[in-house]
Design a protein. Structure first.
Length: 419
């Protein structure tokens, strides 16, 4: 045990243990809502998830084995490589050709952390992480422990997975076990209510998964009037269940000759997209810049330099990229999903294009690339809209009041169950 890690900076104040993927900028952004506020915050990365960057100084429990040297003030690993009994057990299991269950070991460690630190609140990010925590609570006898905030992402993790017979009951049980459910769109709340969640389990309301946008910070970084910019930003240039990339590549081919010269930035490309990218005409490829991963600050720097933000999708909540584009002055092209149609108006705030229809995407691209008045007037409207829907300052105060109301006094953890 490292005393420096274990020392809480705010004795007597609420303790919050966040659990989720360590490589998600949304995770960092949400937890950073509490920066410089009197909360004792720690973060647990479950097995099979990547660890956060070393530069992020939130105290973090790491279950991964592939992480390098750790800052002992802010990181604690499940095992120290080559020195503990569990490492020996892992290699012995390999030698005997037996399974070594990293999830079970991680679950036991999480249960131990909760018993020893006794957080007032556990906050899980995304449904599969919530299911992992549900199993920990069930198997290690801590169901009546910390208050549980269960945050679901927009997109297919609830909208689609809940329809699959092999997942439906697990998701339902998990949602019902949470004290509070948090979502970035009204549709996910409606799904949760349909599955049996009570209205009093939904008290925070719709909030962006990042915790909101620092609007004026982006406004102060604008690079000229939006209509003067010559960058097209596609921030989700990957193939996955949320969005399909090949129709967008086809749309770029259809639109290129009808658009003024521009730089096209493709962010978060995966191998499939990079493979198909090589089939594009040479002049289109030369206009493009590809990124496998890009830090959020770099994406925001591109956003304040972009005329167009292109983010068609087949399933999503309220895209954080849309909010970021609105604050940055970039004109959004998005799909007319049920989660976003109630919030924006076509021609006034956005142009709609369905993800699977290249002609629609191409038409929207040409319009946004050539209609200066549309882009500049939308930028003014969108600035007011994003302040109303996603202001980080306002959301921070709501979230702090939310946690304070949940914290109460330290929960009395059950001592039964597995150890």
């Amino acid at each position: 045990m490292n005393p420096s890690f274990e020392t809480d900076p705010h004795p007597g104040r609420p303790k919050i243990l966040f659990i989720g993927p360590g490589d998600s900028s949304h995770t960092y952004s949400w937890i950073d809502l509490l920066a410089d506020r009197p909360f004792n915050v720690r973060f647990f990365v479950p097995p099979r998830f990547f660890s956060p960057p070393d530069s992020w100084k939130i105290k973090t429990y790491i279950t991964a084995y592939d992480h390098g040297p750790l800052d002992r003030l802010t990181r604690k690993r499940l095992v120290d490589k080559g020195t503990t009994r569990r490492v020996a057990q892992r290699y012995l299991a390999r030698a005997l050709n037996k399974p070594w269950d990293s999830e079970q070991v991680g679950a036991a460690w999480l249960a131990q952390i909760i018993r020893e630190w006794q957080p007032h609140i556990v906050h899980t990010f995304q449904v599969d992480v919530a299911e992992f925590y549900f199993r920990v609570c069930r198997d290690y006898g801590i169901e009546n422990g910390p208050k549980w905030v269960l945050q679901v992402r927009g997109g297919p993790e609830l909208a689609m997975r809940r329809l699959m017979p092999e997942h439906k009951e697990s998701i339902r049980r998990t949602l019902l076990a949470g004290d509070q459910v948090v979502a970035d769109n009204q549709q996910n709340y409606e799904f949760a209510l349909e599955m049996g969640v009570k209205q009093d389990q939904i008290s925070l309301g719709v909030v962006p998964g990042t915790g909101g946008i620092d609007v004026m910070s982006l406004v102060n970084r604008w690079r000229g009037n939006p209509s003067e910019r010559r960058i097209l930003l596609w921030p989700k240039a990957y193939e996955g269940p949320q969005n399909k990339a090949l129709p967008v590549l086809e749309a770029l081919k259809l639109a290129k000759a009808r658009m003024p010269p521009c730089e096209i930035h493709l962010v978060a490309t995966n191998p499939e997209v990079r493979m198909w990218f090589q089939t594009l005409p040479a002049d289109l490829r030369e206009a493009c810049v590809l990124y496998e991963r890009a830090p959020r600050d770099q994406v925001l720097e591109l956003m304040v330099s972009a005329r167009i933000m292109l983010a068609p999708s087949v399933s999503d909540g309220v895209p954080n990229a849309m909010y970021e584009a609105m604050a940055a002055g970039a004109f959004p092209i998005i799909s007319p999903l049920d989660t976003v149609v109630p919030l924006v108006r076509e021609e006034e705030n956005v142009l709609f294009a369905r993800n699977l229809y290249p002609e629609e995407i191409a038409g929207a691209l040409v319009r946004a690339a050539t209609d200066d008045r549309l882009v500049d007037t939308a930028a003014k409207r969108n600035l007011e809209l994003v302040k109303r829907l996603a202001s980080r300052d306002e959301i921070r105060e709501r979230v702090i009041r939310f946690y304070e109301s949940l914290a109460g006094t330290p929960a009395a953890l059950l001592k039964g169950g597995k150890t």
